[in-house]
Design a binder for this molecule. Structure first.
Ligand code: KE4
Length: 427
């Protein structure tokens, strides 16, 4: 497979950009690639790299492209808005439209503030929780990734996990001293922590389905325990639904699992591929956010017309009846194909799936925590990754990420992926 143009672009990029990429996981270091692939274009569920190699995509740009690329309603809306102006730094009707769609889809969100990334959303939600409670401590779970704000880089998953930098340089001890860590799914540990320090805890922030150590579903009772403890001790429960929002259900993981947080963070899908994030929740909490309340939060491009238009168009397509049934059925076929391909082989594997997000771990199960996930044979995953790439299937370049299913996948796409996976495990 000729990737010489990607290689040339990479060498050029290294002159100007740290590591030649604008986000670490894209470097493809953890899957043993000599250089990252530079992507030229995409349409439906297919992407083409700079050398013209075509792939069936299972990354969806880490989640946003749940409709695939080039959806007529999204593109059409963007072209309209483009002509009127790309940014005003002033309120627009488009922001009201997207806010109304989000509040209608996620009843726990009574007020919502748009920002420009998932990181901004989570850091702002934590600030709102600390401002509302007057407390300093936050609880996060090892292997969960909530973006790269200092407070979260105490043991992040995703890119930092792949680079095995559990505690990034540049993050001060003072900052992470206010971040208390537990293993994901450790409900008992959370009970003990609250019993010991509950009065100090401003918030518990959790991915209701972990997606950044690979997909790890919540054990029955884990989210319910977090909800009950936050209620009992007056702490704020924050669901980081940057991945799960509008992916695992129209109303997100809180709808799928029936546990209602106080604040929710969103991103990815709600921007339809444009830079976006949002945080929102209980009115009394969100009314503390400036200019209504004293907790400061701001952003030049927050609510920018392009992201609002693409997000609103994406959500209106997703709101059509039968969409999530179709997405779930597609995702189940992807999971079955991966499971069938891996079953006859000698290699241990575990497939974790929650709807349209899943991970094939190269280790025995169960994988219910970060410690479990780290048992995975990352060299075997890397070999699988490169094999799939060679067979025209583009997966997330890390064992500790999620395969993201899009509605644009066709039967032929699924067959191609199934054959490619089967040929790997049959080797
Ligand atoms: P961004 O700041 O990257 O928009 O969002 C941060 C974030 C927050 N919360 C969750 C649950 C997330 O998954 C993310 C970002 N996700 C990663 C992929 N797992 C983004 C990919 C990357 O870092 O390049």
């Amino acid at each position: 497979m000729d990737t010489s143009t990607s290689q040339r672009l990479y060498e050029e990029a290294l002159k100007y950009i740290p590591g030649g990429v604008n986000s670490p996981v894209r470097a493809m270091k953890s899957v043993g690639m000599p250089h990252p692939l530079f992507i030229a274009r995409a349409r439906d569920a297919h992407i083409w790299d700079a050398d013209g190699n075509e792939y069936v995509d299972f990354v969806s740009s880490w989640g946003p492209m749940i409709l695939g690329w080039g959806h007529p309603q999204v593109l059409g809306r963007l072209h309209e808005v483009l002509e009127d102006g790309t940014s005003f730094g002033a309120p627009t009707a488009l922001e009201v439209e997207l806010a109304r769609l989000i509040c209608a889809a996620v009843p726990s969100i009574e007020l919502v503030r748009m920002v420009n990334s998932g990181t901004e959303a989570t850091m702002s939600a934590v600030r709102a929780a600390r401002g509302f409670t007057g407390r300093d401590k936050i609880v996060k779970f090892v292997g969960c990734y909530h973006g790269h704000a200092d407070a979260f880089l105490a043991a992040a998953g995703s890119g930092v996990l792949t680079l095995s930098l559990p505690d990034s340089p540049g993050v001060t001890r003072a900052t992470t001293a206010d971040t208390l860590l537990l293993e994901y799914n450790d409900g008992e540990g959370l009970e003990e922590l609250f019993a010991e320090r509950g009065e100090e805890i401003a918030a518990v922030i959790v991915e209701p389905v972990a997606g950044n150590m690979g997909v790890v579903p919540p054990r029955p009772g884990f989210l319910e325990t977090a909800r009950a403890l936050c209620t009992a001790y007056g702490a704020v429960l924050i669901f980081d639904e940057v991945i799960t929002g509008f992916r695992v259900a129209w109303g997100g993981a809180q709808e799928r699992f029936g546990v209602v947080p106080d604040l929710t963070t969103l991103g990815k899908i709600i921007g339809g591929g444009l830079p976006v994030g949002a945080f929102g929740g209980r009115r009394e909490l969100m009314e503390t956010v400036a200019p209504l309340g004293p907790t400061y939060q701001a952003g030049t491009l927050s609510g920018n017309p392009l992201a609002m238009a693409a997000g609103a168009a994406t959500l209106s397509v997703l709101s059509e009846p039968g969409t999530y049934e179709r997405l779930e059925a597609l995702a189940d076929r992807v999971a079955a194909a991966l499971r069938d391909a891996a079953t006859p082989g000698e290699r241990p594997f575990t497939l974790n799936q929650v709807g349209a997000m899943m991970t094939l771990f190269f280790c025995d199960g169960p994988v219910e925590s970060f410690a479990d996930a780290r048992r995975a044979d990352t060299a075997a995953f890397a070999a699988f990754y490169r094999h799939m790439l060679k067979h025209g299937v583009y997966l997330a370049p890390s064992q500790f990420e999620s395969t993201m299913v899009s509605l644009a996948l066709t039967a032929d796409d699924l067959a191609k992926a199934a054959d490619a996976a089967a040929s790997f495990f049959a080797r």
